[in-house]
Design a protein around this ligand. Sequence first.
Ligand SMILES: [Fe+2]
Length: 383
Amino acid sequence: MDFSFFMPAQLIFGRGKAKETGTYVKSLGNKALIVTGKSSAKRAGHLDLVTKSLEKEGIDWVLFDEIEPNPLTTTIDRGISFARENKVDVVIGLGGGSAMDSAKSIAFGVKREGSIANYFGPQPASEALPIVLITTTAGTGSEANSFAVMTNPETHVKRALSSPSTYAKISIIDPELMLTVPQKVTASTGIDVFFHSMESYLSKKSHPVSKPLSLEGMRLVVENLQGAYEDGNNIEYRERMAWANTIAGIAINLAGNCGIHGLGHPISAYYDIPHGETLAAVSLAFLRFSISEASEKLTEVAKILGVQTGGLSSVKAAEKAVEALETFLKNINLPTKISAFGITENDIEKLARNAYENSIHNFKASPREMTLEDAISIYRESL
Ligand SMILES: [Fe+2]
């Protein structure tokens, strides 16, 4: 048992906190770059709310609003040039995971040479612009960790850059911003929270600090995601999902993900499918593959999913966990098969090789370590 715990981001959590953005940014800079997506932050009024708050504190700002879902390294490179041209001294990521991760990459890339595509994987601590993150979804947990996931469109590599320099200085988690998240996005981002919690729990790298966060993250998602999905205007559900998202973000920072994320990323990289949907579609086959090495942990997952495990062997309870997860996914209309994305047998080897080459750390951290052949058979079983 060994671990290190480094979580330097100041987390500001609560209803209405985004209105105070300017007061927090003021301590970090005078000219902000706001990094966001093409439409939803504007449509929902979040951008107005943030810019008004900056102006109230006398902070200048410029806008880079070109971030796509599954953000591309080429887009981030444009953001880096824009940040340099405008001589900004603080970067604000406003949106879901793609906007927040891109803000991290831009803040990091401004101080580096060449394309951001040269910086996949763990990077040493070094200079970066200060980062403020305002999360508008209960999804990636990006506000509470150092990961900045991006996709290189030329190589189809989807992977995270991470560095001690890519933590937010300040993250604002305001559940009121999540009331407008559409139903489909609520499901796909919310299930990402569940998988961050479950994978960090199943991971060989889980430890005494990460485990309670992982278990609580799973419990909160099981109790609140269906409600947030069906009744998006209910602030109580949104608030509990927001908290689940943040603690799950810390849990993956401590213990990492495992095979479900490793197998999901290539599907997004090749077919631009929302992250949470890719995870749902490979998760059941991955868990069945893992039962022989993870039945006791999966018994705990089964209990959280509402399975009565009394009298069952751990293997039987683990099988029930997979069935209960399938029901949970179907109740919020998430895909449980990769064929839902049009993927066929002909695509599997390409996906498995991509996963093996770019996510070997996830393969190794999985409770039953995966080989390339295992990845092929899990994808095949997910068809
Ligand atoms: Fe994720």
